[in-house]
Design a protein around this ligand. Structure first.
Ligand code: C2O
Length: 535
């Protein structure tokens, strides 16, 4: 095992990912953010210096944090935010429970990650059934995000005020679709006082692979809002990983990717010849946004060129055709019934208890709030839930929906979307065995009488639940901690759609949270809801 040590500065930096100038918030001046790469068993140490004018935290999406829950990252849940000018060191081993595959990291306070504070996180293991040299030859990250020309704080402040953002309770449409840090915007839509340099497809970076290779495309939707469809023209993809679960190979034309989900798919270039070129496409499913999108081209394209070396590639744009089966209309995940983990593991045969998260919304004082179990998360950033539980105190009701499980209990979690919008729900901590779904309402008693297929169900960390439907997932409570459960659509999250699964509160009380973590709370007012950009 090794120590993987990183020194990061989070700061504002000029950017123009799609040609339109807007300040980005980024790590070490780069977007996409730096890759963290480690082996299972390694310890990851990240020294984060906050040079922003507001607090920030970083979350390691998908990591179990078994025994280090205070390093998980969500502001107001497991830690106090890192104030401006402060350096905090995240330090956690990837041990206790084995994990490997495709993860990512992102800011976890307000909607700051969509300003650029995000990047990939890849963990390797000898036990990973996906082997380079056998299952694939080349490893290629493909990062997707819906890009906004406004800084997220402006959108968030609007959404959190009476009447919403510019008179709407729904966040504004993105301006462009960005892949691997580059996108296109039609500058004729830009305001007269904006700086916008018109870019064309030829200005975008290209992917270049030799023929006769199997390329593992690691797709990560690190966006704020929409589901996307990814595809490669005239090439079937073979899906081999969902979130961080290796899956039995599944041939597909297109993959729907909700916010925060990851998929690996193999692109085989054995029938391509040197000089061939085709598009890799990412299509924002605008039908799921529920908004007009006047200036957005929902489809991003990256040119893929095949060549032995750089000289023989040519530079003509591809004439390849998109698959003619439609991608629109569906706002939900790839059917779980088609995803089979490559290392089979049956779900536990019965559950000790059924817990419920019901999502809906309310409109007190003309301020839009999403609710879980009729409560909306109030982010008392300087009084994080974990520290309250560690002190043996209870979490006041009305502040956040909390469900609790004991040591190694098997929990059925009923996630019920009573009304509103599609929600890609993410559970921190344990993986979810995706068991059953249905429409209408279901009671815990009915849920406990369901007959599930327990044979090797897919295990994921993000599942989309559509309005008027429910899903049942099963999990084993084997990671003590306060695990955030939230919609990963940033605008829904900041409008309160966040709860928590507390596992083993009695063990949490024995945790010794490191002093430097607790010290982040000094200087903050524990009785004040996260004050936003002002401090
Ligand atoms: Cu990827 Cu709580 O987040």
């Amino acid at each position: 095992p090794q120590k993987r040590e990183y020194w990061w500065e989070v700061a504002e930096h000029p950017g123009a990912l799609d040609g339109y100038d807007r300040p980005m918030l980024v790590v070490n001046g780069q977007y996409p953010g730096p890759l963290i790469e480690a082996n299972n068993g390694d310890t990851v140490v990240v020294h984060v210096t906050n040079s922003l004018d507001e607090p920030v935290t970083i979350h390691w999406h998908g990591l179990f944090q078994n025994g280090t829950i205070w390093e998980d990252g969500p502001s107001g849940v497991t830690q106090c935010p890192i104030g401006p000018g402060i350096t905090y060191t995240y330090d956690f081993p990837i041990t206790g429970k084995e994990q490997y595959g495709t993860f990512w990291w992102h800011a976890h306070r307000r909607a700051l990650y969509i300003d650029g504070i995000t990047g990939p996180f890849v963990i390797h293991s000898e036990n990973d059934p996906l082997k380079r040299g056998r299952d694939f030859d080349i490893d290629q990250l493909v990062l997707l995000h819906d890009h906004y020309h406004r800084r997220s704080d402006e959108i968030v402040d609007g959404l959190l005020s009476a009447g919403g953002f510019n008179g709407s309770f729904v966040a504004p449409s993105p301006q462009s679709n960005v892949m691997n840090g580059a996108g296109l915007y039609d500058c004729s839509f830009a305001a007269a006082n904006a700086t916008c340099r018109q870019k064309t497809q030829r200005d975008l970076p290209e992917l270049r692979f030799p023929p006769n290779q199997r390329v593992r495309l690691r797709f990560i939707n690190e966006g704020a809002h929409p589901l996307q469809f990814v595809s490669v023209d005239e090439h079937e993809l073979t899906l081999v990983e969902a979130d961080f679960t290796p899956t039995m190979p599944l041939p597909v034309h297109r993959i729907p990717i909700a916010i925060a989900q990851r998929y690996s798919a193999i692109l085989d270039t054995s029938r391509d010849k040197t000089g061939d070129a085709f598009y890799l496409r990412a299509q924002i499913n605008t039908g799921c946004l529920g908004l007009p999108f006047p200036d957005l081209d929902p489809q991003a394209r990256l040119v893929v060129r095949i060549g032995e070396d750089c000289d023989d590639l040519g530079n003509a744009l591809p004439t390849s055709a998109d698959w003619n089966d439609p991608s629109a209309g569906n706002c939900t995940d790839l059917d779980a019934a088609n995803l089979h983990p490559r290392i089979p593991r049956d779900a536990p045969s019965s559950a000790n208890q059924v817990l419920v998260f019901n999502s809906s919304f309310a409109l007190p004082q003309n301020i839009f709030k999403w609710t879980l179990n009729d409560q909306t998360f109030e982010n008392f950033a300087y009084d994080p839930l974990l520290q309250r539980v560690a002190r043996g105190e209870s979490i006041p009701t009305g502040r956040v929906a909390v469900v609790t499980a004991g040591h190694l209990e098997v929990v059925d979690l009923v996630i019920q979307n009573i009304q509103g919008a599609d929600h890609p729900f993410h559970l921190h901590g344990p993986q979810m065995y995706v068991l059953s779904r249905g429409s209408g309402l279901i009671t815990p008693e009915q849920a406990s009488r369901l007959h599930h297929n327990l044979t090797n169900p897919i295990r994921r960390d993000v599942i989309t639940v559509s309005p008027g439907t429910w899903q049942v997932v099963r999990l084993i409570a084997d990671i003590p901690g306060v695990h955030a459960f939230h919609c990963h659509i940033l605008w829904h999250q900041i409008q309160g759609l966040l709860g928590a699964l507390v596992i083993e509160p009695d063990v949490i009380r024995t945790f010794r949270i490191p002093q430097d973590n607790l010290a982040l709370c000094n200087g903050g007012n524990a009785s004040v809801i996260d004050p936003g950009r002002k401090r």
